[in-house]
Design a protein around this ligand. Structure first.
Ligand SMILES: Nc1nc2c(ncn2[C@@H]2O[C@H](COP(=O)(O)OP(=O)(O)OP(=O)(O)O)[C@@H](O)[C@H]2O)c(=O)[nH]1
Ligand SMILES: [Mg+2]
Length: 300
């Protein structure tokens, strides 16, 4: 007998799955080179757990340069930020690039808009993304007051999404606000460092009352996309869209300091903010390091 199911949680060697009839079951995950992640579709038989082909997978490169899958079969990704704790410089761009490169549609959630610094952050983000062709919607929300929660619910209707953001921005709090009866653990921000405490340690998938599904993930501070070559970065980088339309003299232009480059001309003309170009160059350098390491590994 075979049964298809979706992975909704992970507990050490066990996974929790939801069967097509809604029954939940905890089973032993098989050990393989490609670990099962939340959102994976699996086919269960008496002896085996077969992971079915993924339509999309969101992954990052960890500090030891290993590829880490975060969630599978996502349609959309909620890059979640707040005034406090603030995301590291370039974080939003990195997650947006990772999502786009994985064919997952990103949107931005600015939580804690009941606080002044989040409300200001929302305005900055709205101006940045609304003023460009980047088509990344920006939602101001508050898990505490309920502001904007319905907007997220309708954006997710009929789709599968995930919250990704640094620890303490309120990902689990938002899920609790979106799913009545859900009681995910929530943690205080450290008063001295103003950082979150990494309360959520495993991803979990939840069904939204209005249709759609949402995955809570642990907070990640560093985010280097995987499977993206330096030459492909600019096409996914938010707010470069119009500049790339201008064209460049060289087909393999990396938009760093090449002559007749549409992007650096847009920076010089003030159409693209110089700080956005700096963030791009930082990520470009990271991707070049990864590519060099891979090339060295392939040669040795
Ligand atoms: N003022 C305010 N605080 C919030 C809001 N949402 C969450 N918080 C607070 O932010 C802190 C962190 O919330 P969590 O939901 O645990 O954050 P998280 O992103 O899930 O953190 P990790 O699981 O560690 O990645 C808690 O003290 C929450 O009460 C909000 O809308 N407004
Ligand atoms: Mg959490």
């Amino acid at each position: 007998m075979q049964n298809d199911a979706v992975v909704i949680g992970h507990f050490g060697l066990d996974i929790e799955v939801s069967l097509e009839d809604g029954e939940r079951r905890r089973i032993r995950a098989r050990r393989s080179s490609e670990p099962v992640v939340v959102g994976d579709r699996v086919r269960l038989s008496e002896r085996d757990v077969e992971v079915l082909a993924r339509e999309t997978v969101l992954a990052r490169r960890d500090a030891r340069n290993r590829t880490r899958a975060i969630a599978a079969n996502l349609d959309v990704l909620a890059v979640t930020i707040a005034g406090r704790p603030a995301a590291p410089r370039g974080y939003v761009d990195r997650v947006i690039v990772a999502a786009r490169a994985a064919h997952i549609e990103p949107f931005l959630v600015v939580n804690k808009c009941d606080e002044e610094d989040s409300a200001e952050l929302f305005e900055q983000m709205r101006d940045l993304f609304a003023a460009s062709d980047s088509s990344v919607p920006v939602f101001p929300v508050s898990a505490h007051t309920g502001e904007g929660i319905d907007g997220i619910r309708s954006h997710l209707s009929g789709r599968r999404g995930a919250f990704v953001g640094t620890s303490g921005v309120g990902k689990s709090s938002l899920l609790n606000a979106l799913v009545p009866g859900l009681d995910l653990e929530v943690g205080e921000i450290n008063r001295l460092t103003r950082l979150g405490r990494h309360v959520t340690t495993r991803s979990s998938l939840h069904v939204l009352p209005g249709g759609g599904e949402l995955i809570d993930t642990p907070g990640f501070r560093d985010f280097v996309p995987v499977d993206l070559s330096p030459a492909d970065l600019a096409a996914h980088f938010p707010c470069f869209e119009a500049a790339l339309q201008r064209g460049c003299r060289f087909r393999d232009c990396l938009h760093r300091d090449e002559p007749d480059c549409g992007v650096t001309e847009a920076v010089a003309g003030g159409e693209v903010d110089a700080s956005r170009h700096e963030i791009y160059l930082g990520l470009l350098a990271d991707l070049e390091r990864v590519a060099e390491r891979q090339a060295r590994g392939a040669r040795s």
